[in-house]
Write a protein that binds this ligand. Structure first.
Ligand SMILES: *[C@@H]1O[C@H](CO)[C@@H](O)[C@H](O)[C@H]1NC(C)=O
Ligand SMILES: *[C@@H]1O[C@H](CO)[C@@H](O)[C@H](O)[C@H]1NC(C)=O
Length: 424
């Protein structure tokens, strides 16, 4: 009868102990008698140099008495945590992590974003509590038999070699991140290292934790590591070592449009050197044909009238120069190349003047098609009445022509003054 009564009380105590987090006293039902002994006379005691275990009759419930309590905080000067360790998974549900990126021995480029990726098994990932207020403040818990928690990744510089002989300083790390999401839901987790790392040698390790950040606690001692590490090199001289031109990480480049004057010079340089030849005046109608389609399809910006005035001024200037050129005395007949450099320059000039305007304007898709025919028409202009006559006059006008050309360029530079350039 007494035994039955005792068993009843025991069962009631056990039931109460499940999830009783309020009673300030230890329920006798949860006292672990295994802690009564120091192990020196227990099974397994034959292993040499064993340390005797501390013992307790009350689960060490007052172990932290008189000490600084951890109390949910990360106390950098040390503390005593009195919270029980909690639920342990079965041996066949132990946590195991493998790092899938970067790979061991990899070389990656400095200062460049990269992802750390890993695969974890038997962890209900993505659970983390407030690390500032609940650090180690609750026991490890399971869900569906697996530890509920999260994985941290930590990257440390290993110094001049990937294989240092001194332990690394755990207070120093180049990158640290708690992966607080559940990843792909199948154990695939990743952490972005934004901005990458400086050049150097590194060790990357995982730190798998329960929800309250304590390292995961496993059911058996002899096992594979729950965590993984890889060592890799970060170099800013990847290309140098490959004897190739350095490829820098893509930096933002602002593309400055070449100035019209520069474009003219480039066109001149690209043209075959020819004696300066008399050039028939470019017909105003031709110019209008060239510019008109462009103007018609473009919305008129406020800056356009100014550009037009300058365009007209330049056309007049060009015509004057041509008149000067056409005055010289009679010269022996010279073969004339089909398209003359000066002609090309004259044809290109109006386009160049309009180009900056086009660059700042939204270009409608129809534009190239409309602009092309007049340009092509102008390029096919070599035979113009009066040209044959002028040809005969001008062999010795080469030097003079060059002077005129240089004068033209000077005038151009003047006409396209900084004030006239559109702002980009
Ligand atoms: C890192 O992973 C994210 C998510 O998969 C992806 O969008 C991003 O492009 C990756 N970054 C790099 C540098 O591979
Ligand atoms: C990269 O190359 C520069 C110049 O060659 C050198 O000064 C620097 O130390 C190198 N950095 C690394 C990490 O090798």
């Amino acid at each position: 009868m007494a035994l039955q009564w005792f068993l009843f009380l025991l069962a009631a105590a056990l039931a109460q102990a499940q999830g009783d987090n309020k009673t300030p006293t230890l329920d006798p039902a949860v006292i672990q008698s295994g802690s009564f002994v120091d192990g020196s006379t227990s099974i397994g005691a034959n292993e040499a140099n064993q340390s005797p275990s501390l013992t307790s009759q009350n689960n060490f419930i007052n172990f932290c008495k008189g000490k600084t309590l951890t109390n949910g905080l990360q106390i950098t000067t040390g503390s005593c945590n009195g919270i029980v360790m909690g639920d342990l998974p079965a041996q066949n549900r132990m946590v195991s992590v493998v790092i899938t990126k970067p790979l061991n021995g990899d070389t990656i480029e400095s200062g460049k974003d990269f992802n750390i990726t890993l695969q974890v098994q038997n962890l209900v990932a993505g659970a983390f509590t407030n690390a500032d207020a609940t650090y180690y403040s609750a026991p490890q818990q399971l869900k569906g038999g697996s530890i509920v928690g999260h994985v941290h990744v930590t990257v440390q510089n290993t110094g001049p070699t990937l294989n240092p002989t001194q332990p690394l300083d755990p207070t120093q790390f180049a990158f640290f991140k708690g992966i607080n999401d559940a990843g792909d839901g199948r154990g695939g987790l990743s952490a972005a290292v934004v901005g990458g790392l400086p050049a150097g040698n590194y060790r990357l390790c995982t730190l798998t934790a329960a929800a309250n950040h304590q390292p995961v606690i496993m059911p058996v001692a002899q096992r594979g590591s729950q965590d993984d590490c890889v060592r890799f090199t970060v170099t800013g001289n990847l290309s140098n070592s490959a004897q190739a031109p350095p490829t820098r990480p893509a930096t933002q480049r602002t593309i400055t449009p070449p100035t019209p004057v520069l474009l003219v010079l480039l066109v001149l340089l690209a043209l075959p050197v020819q004696p300066v030849q008399p050039v028939p005046p470019v017909q105003p109608v031709q110019l209008v044909l060239l510019v008109l389609p462009v103007l018609l399809v473009l919305p008129v910006p406020p800056v356009l009238p100014v550009q037009l005035v300058q365009l007209v001024q330049l056309v007049l200037l060009v015509q004057r120069v041509q008149l000067v050129q056409l005055v010289p005395p009679v010269q022996p007949v010279q073969p004339v190349p089909p398209v003359l450099p000066v002609q090309l320059v004259l044809l290109v000039l109006p386009v160049l003047l309009v180009l900056p305007v086009l660059l700042v304007l939204p270009v409608p898709p129809v534009l190239p098609v409309l602009a092309l025919p007049p340009v092509l028409a102008l390029l096919r202009v070599p035979t113009v009445p009066g040209m044959a006559k002028a040809k005969r006059r001008l062999l010795r006008q080469q030097e003079k022509g060059e002077e005129v050309l240089s004068g033209l360029l000077d005038s151009l530079e003047g006409a396209i003054s900084p004030a006239a350039k559109p702002t980009y």
